[in-house]
Write a protein that binds this ligand. Structure first.
Ligand code: PLP
Length: 480
């Protein structure tokens, strides 16, 4: 069994095995004709269940053969131009090279004595991101597992900096379009069930700052404490960016922590043409970025950035076995002092490789391309009488629904759109997302693939209309 350990004696087997895996993925990528095969859980579950995990196959090649049937053949492929569903990006090759390196070396970024140069590379990328945000010298941050964790840590810092320790009194203000991790975080942080105040959005799905101002006043008048105001820079559904300067002003006036959730919109930090859309972000106390969304990085790659690095002390604990107090005096850079995680992947290497190969402008141009594509797509759908489209895009999502030519009930239209999404997924021809606007069922394109074309979008719209029409036709037959 020692022959499976990666070491000096097995370097050749390592090379062969990894190449074997790479070869199969490469073959799959070059032969996929659809983003999905339409496989169902019932189709796949018996094969996965039938694997006897106590009967090993002995070599990677055999295990990869088996894996093709269990996973690779039927995976959902984000690189396909007709994968238009969630905030998943096609990944850039330099980052995948980084991924292969980081998992083989297997550094852990909690302490210097488990990572050495890895810690310095992560720190440079945190500084680089802070520079792009416009933070000053005292800024800091740490890589995290994702936007949800970044938001949790930001709100932990906000809670610790709040003017009361009475958790029942704390309130968080975020738009009704903000990410659900804000609510989850409030729960994890022990706040009350009504701690998160949802501020209505305007027609463009941006937080209404007049209402935010009124709610902050009301909070004060009731003797409650505004713990944090969360602005979203790129809402998950609409890509809308809350008015950051006005929100910064209101948060400052009320002494609330100002957090900007830029999990999606962070790609603008590298954009050669659209950086101004984030103006005001430099006034935040903390910022969430998901490089695994708009920087074309493999999952996971995310960070929490803070304007005042000293606030990260709220995540600092010392353990004799890991990061004893004296290591601070000895100025040993232990990233665990800033993190909610202990053992932690060297995800930063993927972004490092990306910037060293492509440069920030290269990444930003890719994100610009998908934003341009969304603008084209909006025109396409707006001109199509079969569809209703909401909100001209700021980033790269389009929310729309099929509306039949003949009059039918709103509930039937909802069902037709739901059916069309499911039927499309089952066909594997394309994958789109669904969401609600008001109480109505909508569909969504999330565009993160510069290889997607207007023609792809037009073709998918035809497919959706076909499925919806078929559904409405059939239900009419049944009704009559
Ligand atoms: C995706 C997203 C998150 C959560 O990020 P994960 O990496 O999925 O945990 C948070 N906020 C916004 C606005 C997002 O779009």
């Amino acid at each position: 069994m020692r022959s499976h350990l990666l070491n000096d004696a097995t370097a050749e087997q390592y090379r062969r095995s990894v190449n074997d895996g790479v070869e199969r993925v490469a073959r799959r990528l070059s032969t996929t004709t659809r983003p999905f095969t339409g496989v169902t859980p019932d189709d796949l579950a018996p094969a996965v269940a039938a694997v006897d995990l106590d009967q090993p196959l002995g070599d990677a090649s055999a295990a990869l053969d088996e894996l093709e049937g269990l996973y690779l053949d039927d995976a959902v492929y984000f690189h396909h131009p007709r994968y238009l569903a969630h905030l998943n990006c096609p990944v850039v090759i330099p980052a995948v090279v980084g991924e292969a390196v980081l998992s083989a070396v297997n550094s852990s970024l909690d302490t210097w004595d488990q990572s050495a140069g890895g810690t310095l590379i992560e720190r440079r990328l945190i500084d680089w991101t802070n520079g792009r945000i416009g933070f000053g010298e005292s800024a800091d941050g740490v890589f995290t597992s994702g936007g949800s964790q970044s938001n949790l840590q930001a709100l932990l810092l906000a809670r610790e900096e709040a003017k009361t320790a009475d958790l029942a009194k704390l309130r968080i203000f975020s738009s009704e379009c903000s990410h659900f991790s804000v609510q989850k975080s409030a729960k994890l942080l022990g706040l009350g069930a009504d701690a998160v105040v949802a501020i209505p959005s305007d027609r463009d799905k941006r937080m209404q700052t007049v209402i935010l101002a009124a709610e902050l006043e009301r909070c004060a008048a009731q003797g409650l404490v505004p713990m944090a105001v969360v602005a979203t820079a790129g809402t998950t559904d609409f890509g809308s960016i809350d008015p950051l300067p006005q929100i910064a002003e209101l948060a400052a006036r009320h002494g609330a922590w100002f957090h900007v959730d830029a999990a999606y919109g962070c790609g603008l930090l590298a954009s050669p043409t659209r950086r101004h859309l984030l103006d005001g972000i430099e006034r935040a106390d903390s910022v969430t970025v998901d490089y695994h969304k708009s920087f074309f990085q493999p999952v996971s790659s995310s960070a929490l950035l803070v304007r005042d690095g000293a606030t990260l002390r709220h995540a600092t604990y010392h353990a004799d076995y890991l990061n004893p107090r004296r290591t601070v005096e000895e100025r040993i850079p232990n990233q665990v002092d800033k993190s909610l995680q202990t053992t932690r992947r060297f995800d930063a290497l993927k972004l490092w490789m990306t910037l060293r190969v492509m440069g920030a402008q290269g990444v930003g141009e890719l994100f610009d391309e998908v934003c341009d594509l969304a603008a084209e797509g909006w025109k396409l759908i707006a001109a199509d009488p079969r569809y209703d489209v909401v909100v001209e895009p700021t980033l790269s999502t389009l929310v729309f629904r099929y509306i039949p030519a003949s009059v039918t009930s709103p509930a039937a239209i909802d069902r037709a759109n739901l059916y069309a999404r499911k039927a499309l997924f089952a066909s594997g021809e394309a994958v789109v997302a669904g969401t609600k606007v008001g109480s109505r069922q909508y569909l969504k394109f999330t565009l993160l693939n510069p290889e997607t074309t207007v023609a792809d979008m037009a073709a998918v719209l035809d497919l959706i209309a076909g499925h919806a029409e078929q559904y409405l036709g059939e239900t009419l037959v049944h009704a009559s």
